[in-house]
Design a protein around this ligand. Structure first.
Ligand code: ADP
Ligand code: MG
Length: 249
């Protein structure tokens, strides 16, 4: 009866190349994040993980190859690009909250300005999301009045307020004091359990083992391994992965 084609992956990168001057930072990158999967990117510093994340929502142009989000090629500019960015939530190492706006305002700003949601609706959704990440009681405060862990959870709520199809996290816990890392990882784990599609760059191996469906290991701009967490941590194939794990575990 139905001749439904399979759903496209949420993120698909095909033969992506990127240079910074003479430096070849992304070398023929091919990978997919299927809907509902959590993919963790691991790799040494300088291997191109952040550049790949930035390329995925076009904060960074690529030299060749193609990136598709939910089956659609990345638009170069204009309204289509704004819409794509709204589909891809991004959380960085630095929380990047607006310092002169309250936590609630930080979360309602995008939906009212970009998604054209009414102020009342945006407020209601924002309070639900702040509750979900455990900081509803901080809504009227300014970012500087919150701990780093609370600020990062606010940044996650802000990204979720845009109703993204996929969430990218680039070392979301690297700037946090150690005692705050777990609360942010717990928030991310809950999001994963709810079925959110996620691409996560992290050095938190516990999170990778527990939450990831797949581990993508990058080194020198290449994807060296793309496998299950179990396989990666117990039987890494490449010397570079063995070397990396030897240093980090
Ligand atoms: P990772 O996130 O894995 O640490 P990055 O993607 O940040 O790696 O960087 C990959 C390489 O590209 C590094 O050698 C870095 O110094 C270089 N690089 C990153 N951004 C720029 C830039 N805007 N201009 C020039 N070189 C850059
Ligand atoms: Mg990085």
């Amino acid at each position: 009866m139905s001749t439904a084609t399979p759903a496209p992956p949420m993120i698909k990168a095909a033969a992506v190349n990127k240079h910074f001057g003479d430096l070849h930072v992304l070398k023929d990158i091919d990978f997919e994040v299927p809907k509902g999967q959590v993919v963790v990117i691991l790799g040494p510093s300088g291997s191109g993980k952040s550049t790949l994340c930035r390329a995925i929502n076009r904060l960074e142009p690529i030299d060749s190859g193609e990136i598709r989000i939910d089956g659609k090629p990345l638009p170069a500019e204009g309204k289509a690009l704004a819409a794509l960015r709204a589909d891809v939530g991004m959380v960085f190492q630095q929380f990047n909250l607006f310092a002169h706006k309250t936590i609630l305002e930080n979360v309602t700003l995008g939906p009212t300005k970009v998604r054209r949601v009414s102020a009342e609706e945006a407020r209601k959704t924002a309070m639900e999301l702040l509750d979900r990440v455990g900081i509803a009681n901080q809504a009227q405060k300014y970012p500087a009045q919150l701990s780093g862990g609370q600020q990062q959870r606010a940044a996650i709520a802000r990204a979720l307020a845009m109703r993204p199809k996929v969430m990218l996290f680039d070392e979301p816990t690297s700037a946090l004091d150690p005692e705050m890392v777990q609360e942010v990882l717990d928030t991310m784990t809950e999001l994963a359990d709810d079925g959110m599609t996620m691409l996560v760059v992290t050095h938190e191996m516990g999170f990778a083992r527990r939450a990831a469906h797949r581990v993508v290991f990058m080194a020198d701009g290449e994807i060296v391994e793309d496998t299950t967490p179990d396989e990666f941590f117990t039987a890494p194939k490449s010397e570079r992965a063995k070397d990396f794990l030897g240093k980090i575990l």
